[in-house]
Design a protein around this ligand. Structure first.
Ligand SMILES: NC(=O)c1ccc[n+]([C@@H]2O[C@H](COP(=O)([O-])OP(=O)(O)OC[C@H]3O[C@@H](n4cnc5c(N)ncnc54)[C@H](OP(=O)(O)O)[C@@H]3O)[C@@H](O)[C@H]2O)c1
Length: 323
C-alpha cells in the first residue's frame, strides 16, 4: 500500500480509501444492494490486511447501519490509532423539521449520533455531504469549527458542490478564523470529468485533497456496457449519472485492459490515481476481487499515449450528482 498526505495536512492516509456505502443492512435506507454485516466485515478485514487505513462512510448510508457495521469491524480488527475514519452529514435521517441539512442544530446532533453508531469518541474527517441552500454557510462553518474544537473531529471536508460554493466556504472560514475544509469528495472518473473545469484546479491551488467518489462509475468502467449486477438493478442514483454516449469510453478501457492483460478496473483506477491533484479514490467493493484490483491498480503505470487513448472520446456532460 502507498500512503500519502491528505492535501496540505500532515494526516497520512492510504492512497485507496474504502467506500463503506456498500456496507449496510439491505432492509434499512434505500440501498437494497448493500452487503449485510457478515459479508461486510470480511471485506473490511481484507482491506485492513492489504494496508488500507482510510475508511469513508456517511450518517445516511443504509440509515446509519453502514456506520454501525464499520465501527464494530474496526473495533474488532484494528487499533483506533491505525485507522482514519471519515463520515458525512447533510442527508435526511428522519422525516419532519430538522431531520437533515447543515444547520447548527443538525450538525451538533448528527456528529453525536455518528460517534455513537461508530463507537468512537472522534472521527478523523467530518464532511458535509452536499451544499445546504437553506442554511447560511457561516452557520454551518461555525458549527463545524465547534465540532473540531470539541475534539469530535480532527479535520473537516466537503463533498460535491459547485466550485463557487466551495471557494466561498474556504474564504468565509479564513475570514472568521474558523477551521478550513481540507478535502473535497467529488464525483470524478473517466465517464464524468466535469470537475476538471473548476473544482480540481481550485483544490490544487488551495492545497485541498481530492478523494473522488464512484471512481469506477459505479462499476460501469469494469464490464461491458450492457452487463447488469444486483447493484445495477436497484441503483437508482447511479442511473442518473451515466448515458449511452459513455459506452465508447468503457470500450476503450476494455481494449486497453486486454492489451495490457489486466482487469479493466485496474486500468480505470490507474488513470484516476494518476490525474493531477487526486489524493485517494474512494472505491466501492462488493467482492474480495474488487478490493484486490483496487490495491493492485496503484502499481499500474499508464504512459502518456495510454492516458490519451482513454481520455480522447470524452465529450462534456451535463452537471450531475448534485444541484
Ligand atoms: N459523497 C458522495 O456523494 C458519494 C456518492 C457516492 C459514493 N460515495 C462514496 O464513494 C464510495 C464508492 O462509491 P461506488 O461504490 O459508487 O464506487 P465505484 O468504485 O465506482 O463502484 C463500485 C462498484 O463497481 C464494481 N466493481 C468495483 N471493483 C470492481 C472490480 N475490480 N471488478 C468488477 N467490478 C468492480 C462493483 O459493482 P457490483 O457491486 O455491481 O458488482 C462495485 O459495487 C462509496 O462507498 C462512498 O463511500 C460518496
Amino acid at each position: 500500500m502507498r500512503y500519502t498526505r491528505l492535501g496540505s495536512t500532515g494526516l497520512e492516509v492510504s492512497a485507496i480509501s474504502l467506500g463503506c456505502m456498500s456496507f449496510g443492512e439491505p432492509s434499512r435506507g434505500n440501498h437494497q444492494w448493500t452487503l449485510d454485516e457478515e459479508s461486510s466485515r470480511a471485506l473490511i478485514r481484507r482491506s485492513l490486511d492489504a494496508g488500507v487505513t482510510f475508511f469513508d462512510t456517511a450518517n445516511v448510508y443504509s440509515d446509519g447501519s453502514s456506520e454501525e457495521i464499520l465501527g464494530r469491524a474496526l473495533h474488532d480488527f484494528a487499533s483506533r490509532d491505525d485507522v482514519v475514519i471519515a463520515t458525512k452529514v447533510h442527508g435526511r435521517m428522519r422525516p419532519g423539521p430538522n431531520g437533515g441539512g447543515l444547520s447548527r442544530r443538525a450538525i451538533l446532533s448528527e456528529i453525536d449520533h455518528s460517534l455513537r453508531r461508530l463507537g468512537v469518541d472522534h472521527v478523523d474527517l467530518y464532511q458535509i455531504h452536499r451544499w445546504d441552500y437553506d442554511t447560511p454557510i457561516e452557520e454551518t462553518l461555525e458549527a463545524l469549527h465547534d465540532v473540531v474544537k470539541a475534539g469530535k473531529a480532527r479535520y473537516i471536508g466537503a463533498s460535491s458542490m459547485h466550485a463557487w460554493q466551495f471557494a466561498k466556504a474556504l474564504f468565509t472560514a479564513d475570514r472568521h478564523g474558523w477551521t478550513r475544509f481540507v478535502s473535497m469528495q467529488n464525483h470524478y472518473n473517466l465517464l464524468y470529468r466535469e470537475e476538471e473545469r473548476e473544482m480540481l484546479p481550485l483544490c490544487q491551488d488551495q492545497g485541498v485533497a481530492v478523494i473522488p467518489w464512484s471512481p469506477l462509475a459505479r462499476g460501469r468502467l469494469t464490464r461491458p456496457w450492457d452487463a447488469t449486477t444486483a447493484r445495477t438493478e436497484t441503483d437508482e442514483f447511479g442511473r442518473t449519472l451515466y448515458h449511452d454516449s459513455d459506452r465508447v469510453i468503457v470500450e476503450r478501457v476494455a481494449e486497453l485492459a486486454e492489451r495490457r492483460g489486466l482487469p479493466p478496473a485496474r486500468i480505470a483506477l490507474a488513470w484516476l490515481a494518476a490525474r493531477p491533484g487526486v489524493t485517494a479514490p474512494i472505491v466501492g467493493v462488493t467482492k474480495a476481487q474488487h478490493l484486490d484490483d483496487a490495491v493492485a491498480a496503484l502499481e499500474v503505470g499508464l504512459d502518456d499515449e495510454e492516458m490519451a487513448f482513454l481520455e480522447e472520446p470524452y465529450a462534456p456532460h451535463t452537471v450531475a450528482g448534485f444541484r
